[in-house]
Design a protein around this ligand. Structure first.
Ligand code: ZN
Ligand code: ZN
Length: 302
């Protein structure tokens, strides 16, 4: 039986010709039979790809043979096979769409002026030293935090990455501006940008979790400061760091803990909400709360 792996990595580095890098990456990923998503920008590369373990290794070796990508920190996880529906390799103005590319300066050493990088062990040291003063700030979309987050983390009200600027400029978080704030996200990339944007807006002591939740989970599993499941952007939808992890979220219908998101049955909505396996089997609560409130469920039942 073949073993499938998923790799997640990014590199912030100036790319003079993103279009050429795209063509090379597309040909390479196709040649290695990989699926998933690669974004190239003038500031670097962000990739999530899956495939047969030998193919993935070949892809990683070749990608790292390109000098600007040599220092790529590759995070590996187990796939299930066909984890992504297709391969997409694109050039975009930003690696992550915070809509402020002009604020981000990238050199061959990475992003300039970001937060202090903390490895998982260094994060624990900071928390030991500073205690409850340390604030975790979730750099993901709010929905993802429904099934897991750092203990007592602040989850900004964001549907997409584009919403962060309005959030950090809203005044809601001004009391954090002189506190140690640790930003975290899935693999670390969003925090590279978010920490700069926060520092530019007066947050004085900003840290970022290096390698993101993925690396933290590899180090501490469920015995550290992380609670619940990790939302992931492939067929798995969620992952747990070992047995005994209980997802934070609860089924919209019966209230049991579940990490499973389903799409609203209203085809023009498709909003994701949590519903457990049993309730999904019985097709309980097929519409999201917004659609229920709008009376769509009763219309559909007639
Ligand atoms: Zn249920
Ligand atoms: Zn809906």
């Amino acid at each position: 039986m073949s073993v499938t792996k998923i790799v997640l990595f990014y590199v912030f580095t100036p790319l003079a010709d993103p279009e050429a890098v795209k063509l090379w990456q597309l040909a390479l990923a196709e040649n290695c039979n990989l699926k998933g998503r690669v974004i190239i920008s003038p500031d670097g590369i962000n990739a999530t790809l899956g495939g047969d373990i030998d193919d993935v290794k070949r892809y990683v070796r070749t990608t790292k043979s390109y000098a600007p990508f040599k220092k790529a920190d590759i995070k590996w996880s187990n796939g299930q096979g066909n984890d992504f529906p297709r391969l997409s390799v694109k050039v975009r103005p930003e690696l992550v769409t915070f809509t402020r590319p002009e604020e981000i300066k990238v050199t061959d050493k990475g992003v300039e002026g970001g937060g202090v990088h903390l490895k998982p062990g260094e994060l624990h040291k900071l928390v030991e030293e500073r205690g409850d003063d340390v604030v975790f700030f979730d750099g993901r979309n709010a929905m993802e935090a429904q099934i897991g987050k750092f203990k007592n983390a602040i989850v900004p009200d964001t549907e997409t990455t584009r919403d962060f600027i309005a959030e950090i400029e809203s005044g809601k978080y001004d009391d954090l501006k002189n506190k140690p704030v640790v930003t975290y996200c899935t693999g670390g990339i969003r925090c590279e940008v978010l920490s700069v944007l926060m520092k530019n807006r007066g947050f004085e002591e900003v840290y970022q979790l290096e390698g993101g939740i993925v690396r933290y989970g590899e180090t501490y599993g469920n015995s550290g400061l992380w609670d619940g499941s990790l939302y992931v952007f492939d067929k798995r939808m969620h992952m747990e760091f070992g047995d005994g992890a209980e997802s934070l979220g609860t089924c919209v219908s019966c209230g049991t803990h579940t990490p499973i998101f389903v799409n609203c049955a209203n085809l023009s909505c498709r909003k994701q909400f949590l519903r457990c396996e049993d309730c999904t089997e019985r097709n309980e609560h097929p519409y999201c709360d917004d659609c229920v409130e709008a009376g769509l469920d009763t219309v559909a039942a007639q």
